[in-house]
Design a protein around this ligand. Structure first.
Ligand code: AMP
Length: 140
């Protein structure tokens, strides 16, 4: 039996996460090392490495998840604009082998894609800030 991915463990609740929203086939939670405040990951509950390997239902629903996350983030961060990025496989920079969209609210007017900036990860995630933002976003 293969080991479940990190994101499957998060979906099952075996590893804690800061929830943003969920549907029947997808789950959204805050990235532990945000490139910008509100950086959210939207993942299918079905485990697959690449979007082409997903069932049609999961693949279609995933975009509804992205839009629902945008709706919530737009209220919290007072913006209509987002960077939405998916690294589809390891050669594209995918670190966790489970399909995931990065949804990042943009408020700074800087058009460069934050995913292309080499940002060193924080040494220690700010779990308190993530939990507080998660609570607010789940109410929107
Ligand atoms: P990628 O490089 O596209 O595979 O993105 C993986 C993302 O997962 C990175 O932005 C990480 O910060 C994020 N990440 C890794 N572990 C966790 C975790 N336990 N909870 C939330 N996000 C995570």
């Amino acid at each position: 039996m293969t080991e479940p991915t990190l994101f499957t463990k998060i979906i099952r609740g075996d590893i804690p996460s800061s929830a943003v929203a969920q549907g029947s086939t997808w789950y959204a939670f805050l990235d532990i090392n945000p490139l910008r405040p509100g950086h959210t990951l939207v993942v299918p509950k079905e485990e697959a490495r690449r979007i082409a390997e997903l069932s049609t239902e999961s693949r279609r629903d995933l975009m509804d998840g992205v839009v629902e996350v945008q709706r919530r983030l737009s209220i919290e961060f007072n913006t209509t604009d987002f960077s939405v990025n998916l690294n589809d496989g390891p050669l594209a920079g995918q670190e966790v082998p489970h399909v995931h969209f990065h949804v990042i609210p943009r408020t700074d007017g800087n058009s460069s894609n934050p995913m292309w900036r080499m940002t060193p990860h924080q040494s220690e995630p700010d779990f308190e800030a993530l939990a507080a933002l998660s609570q607010k976003l789940q109410l929107h």
